[in-house]
Design a protein around this ligand. Structure first.
Ligand code: FNR
Length: 367
């Protein structure tokens, strides 16, 4: 269907399901075992209600904010996802181009199908567009040091270290279908293949990831990141948020990896509420982002009201990539438009005015 007939993020998903090969669809849409976390990610947002304020003169609204001190037009970012070329020939290059046009931050995966420098130059270039790099630490740490040097030289502005996927979850839809054409990541060098367990792309392309990574490695990480801000992606408890604070990283992404890692791990919005109860001081010292199940402007706004500085959107951008950079652009405009509508309806003109009093979490507070 023509792009202008797609009016929400689910429309992109429906097109992707029809047009992708079975293996591509299995890799991108799948999640761990019984898909409980993936489904709960979305359902949790549906159980948070608004407490809209009225009569606030909402003729103009402003969605700009900062992420790690960097200005962005939009309080959501494109979450890192692997092997975009499976969806569209231009892969991550098209994502970058669309992101540049819309002023949205793009986080490049360590398992990208294109090289970092090419992705950045496909957009507006490092001066005019913000790219971050998601990092899977390699068991061969010298490879990670080299990758980070390349990333800094290419103009990457921050490193998001993924901490919830040192091994991949059991994604059964992906395991069941064999890889027919092996693909290689241009960043990590990992190659998709099959083994006796099946064809799980995430599992087999993640074999290089260092399982020994631990909190005492943070000083090493800081040294190889060469002063770039470090964000830990995949924090799921208040206790680990407190450790992130203790080890002085600049940010955390509360995330269960879109339900792809450990099934029945909590939706990020639960963890966000847990932080408010147990360690509210975290919000004063580092930036907190969340991802997983964000499909609507209302979801984005709820997260911001509950203290997230910005949120990540994963699968919808992969599905939008069916339409190349224009799909990326169109989906961004849809989500931004939904967010602006939500802001107006809640009586908020800019993002400095959001606060927890705009939402009612009673339906999930007992969980
Ligand atoms: C991911 N995600 C991911 N995360 C990461 O840190 N490095 C990666 O390479 C990938 N790759 C990846 C591939 C695919 C196909 C998916 C769907 C996801 C996780 C991603 O960054 C994010 O946490 C979730 O996708 C967020 O959930 P939603 O928005 O997809 O529901």
């Amino acid at each position: 269907p023509p792009l202008d007939t797609l009016i929400n993020s689910y429309d992109f998903e429906a097109v992707a399901e029809k047009t992708s090969s079975p293996k591509t669809w299995a890799f991108f849409s799948s999640a761990a075992t019984d898909l409980i976390s993936m489904k709960l990610n979305k359902e949790a947002f549906n159980r948070i209600l608004f407490r809209p304020r009225v009569m606030r003169n909402n003729k103009d609204v402003d969605t700009t904010t900062t992420v790690l001190g960097i200005k962005t037009k939009i309080p959501f970012f494109i979450a890192p996802t692997a092997m975009a070329k499976m969806i569209h020939g231009d892969g991550e290059l098209a994502v970058s181009k669309g992101a540049g046009k819309e002023g949205i931050i793009h986080i490049i995966s360590t398992n990208s199908s294109a090289p970092i420098a090419d992705i950045i130059s496909a957009g507006l270039g490092p001066k005019n567009q913000t790219h971050f790099l998601q990092l899977y630490v390699n068991s061969d740490r010298s490879k990670t040091a080299a990758l980070l040097k390349t990333a800094r030289e290419a103009g990457i502005k921050a490193i998001f270290v993924t901490v919830d996927a040192h091994l991949a979850g059991k994604r059964e839809a992906d395991e069941r279908l064999k890889v027919d054409v092996p693909l290689k990541s241009a960043v990590s060098g990992a190659v998709s293949h099959n083994d006796k367990k099946g064809g799980g792309m995430g599992r087999l392309m993640g074999l290089y990831v260092d399982k020994t990574l631990n909190w005492d490695d943070i000083p090493w990480l800081k040294s190889v990141c060469g002063g770039l801000p470090i964000v830990l992606k995949g924090i799921q408890t208040a206790a680990d948020a407190q450790l992130a604070l203790k080890y002085k990283v600049q940010g955390i992404v509360l995330s269960n990896h879109g339900g792809r890692s450990l099934d029945t791990s909590p939706p990020a919005i639960f963890t966000l509420l847990e932080l408010h109860k147990i360690c509210p001081e975290v919000f004063d010292h580092l930036e907190v982002y969340i991802d997983g199940g964000i499909r609507r402007g209302t979801d984005i706004f709820k997260a911001l009201c509950l203290g997230a500085k910005a949120v990540g959107v994963g699968r919808p951008y992969l599905y939008a990539l069916n339409y190349g950079s224009e799909g990326i652009s169109h989906l961004t405009q849809i989500l931004k438009d939904e967010l602006e509508t939500t802001m107006r309806m809640c009586g908020v003109n800019d993002l400095s005015q959001v606060h927890p009093g705009l939402v009612n979490t009673a339906m999930i507070d007992h969980l």
